[in-house]
Design a protein around this ligand. Structure first.
Ligand code: SAM
Length: 348
């Protein structure tokens, strides 16, 4: 039974208390809880905390968007130099979080019912303590990592054993020369071996991230479809270029998406960013369009952590970061809440 006269206020969202099990998590700052009355008794939040210490609280921002996904950059270093790279919006960080700090971030996130984590970079496989970091993912939290795949062949099986569920591999071209032109390195064959190893190791589905660059690789979409067709564990993600430097190869994905829609036997909409997924004959393609897309922002459920230990409420902004270096426990929980309060849709 829902007692409609009793509410918790978690960042502006009024959550009715479900009698007799209010969802209050230990350590919630009391100013989140609107003093409320139940059967004429004022509920003492501390009493409730004692009774229900393990019930998680879902973080919601002032726009009522739940945060259920964490994207942690493990390093700003990379062994490729892609012409378009946004470097996860990081500006030349000097420090790097330790594996111990990352473990604490994950623990606190799990306490807030954040259900999935994606590791990114820079290139996360450059971290020598990567397996230790993967090993610290709390039980029940979904995990994935986005990598350029150059070193996957060597470590895919270890990553799986350490507990990683799946990988995204950045692959912008199947043509050796074009790959070299985009990334600055002649590593296409290493990446293709890495993809095979990831499939063998069961890091699936393997999502191939292809940033569509007008006049450079936009003619390769059919080649990519042929590459993934028939392998249910390979999914293609076509990503709209976000212009962060003078890489001006942005192409309009409207035409491409229109033709996928025409050929699709099924079109699904993912909860995350409301991304569209097109199921073609034996191939699955997702389209990621972050630019001028109010739906992308309205359905964003992601909180980012920079490699130097800052909570980053939005990929596209750098003016609202929150430093969490060396923070633990209650102090870190409060900073998570502050970051979530600062989340606002970039494209409103
Ligand atoms: N090194 C790893 C990799 O290659 O996947 C992780 C870091 S990379 C910054 C993460 C993802 O961001 C990649 O899939 C990459 O293609 C995408 N990305 C980077 N810069 C971008 C941009 N300007 N526009 C769109 N996507 C971008």
């Amino acid at each position: 039974m829902i007692e409609r006269d009793c509410f918790l206020c978690v960042y502006g969202s009024m959550i009715p208390i479900l009698s007799p099990y209010p969802k209050i998590k230990s350590g919630i700052p009391c100013d989140w809880i609107v003093p409320c009355k139940k059967n004429n008794l004022t509920i003492n939040p501390n009493t409730l905390l004692k009774f229900f210490p393990d019930d998680p609280v879902i973080l919601k921002d002032p726009y009522n968007r739940p945060v259920s996904n964490l994207r942690i950059s493990l390093t700003s270093k990379c062994n490729l130099s892609c012409i378009y790279c946004h470097a996860e919006g990081e500006k030349l960080p000097k420090e790097q979080m330790s594996s111990d700090e990352i473990r604490e971030v994950l623990r606190v996130a799990a306490g807030f019912d954040i259900r999935s984590v994606k590791f990114t970079g820079g290139e996360p496989t450059l971290r020598t303590d990567l397996l230790e970091i993967i090993g610290s993912i709390p039980p029940g939290m979904e995990s994935s990592m986005t990598t350029n795949g150059t070193m996957l062949a060597e470590i895919a099986a270890d990553l799986k054993r350490a507990g990683l569920a799946r990988v995204n591999v950045s692959l912008d071209s199947l043509n050796r020369e074009t790959y070299r032109k985009i990334t600055g390195r002649d590593r296409l064959s290493d990446v293709l071996c890495g993809i095979d190893s990831a499939l063998d190791a069961g890091l699936v589905p393997v999502k191939l991230n292809m940033v569509v660059l007008r006049g450079i690789n936009d003619h390769e979409v059919e080649d990519f479809l042929a590459y993934i067709r028939g392998n249910r564990n390979l999914i293609l993600q076509l990503i709209e270029l976000m212009q962060f430097n003078d890489c001006n190869y942005h192409g309009d994905l409207n035409g491409l998406e229109g033709s996928l829609a025409q050929r699709a036997t099924q079109i699904l909409t993912r909860r995350m960013h409301h991304r569209k997924k097109y199921c073609l004959d034996g191939a699955e393609v997702e389209v990621v369009r972050p630019l001028h897309n109010t739906e992308f922002c309205a359905f964003c459920n992601r909180l980012r952590v920079t490699s130097d230990g800052k909570l980053k409420p939005c990929l596209l902004r750098n003016d609202n970061l929150i430093d969490i270096r060396r923070k633990r426990g209650k102090e870190l929980e409060d900073l998570f809440c502050e970051a979530v309060r600062k989340r606002e849709p970039y494209y409103r």
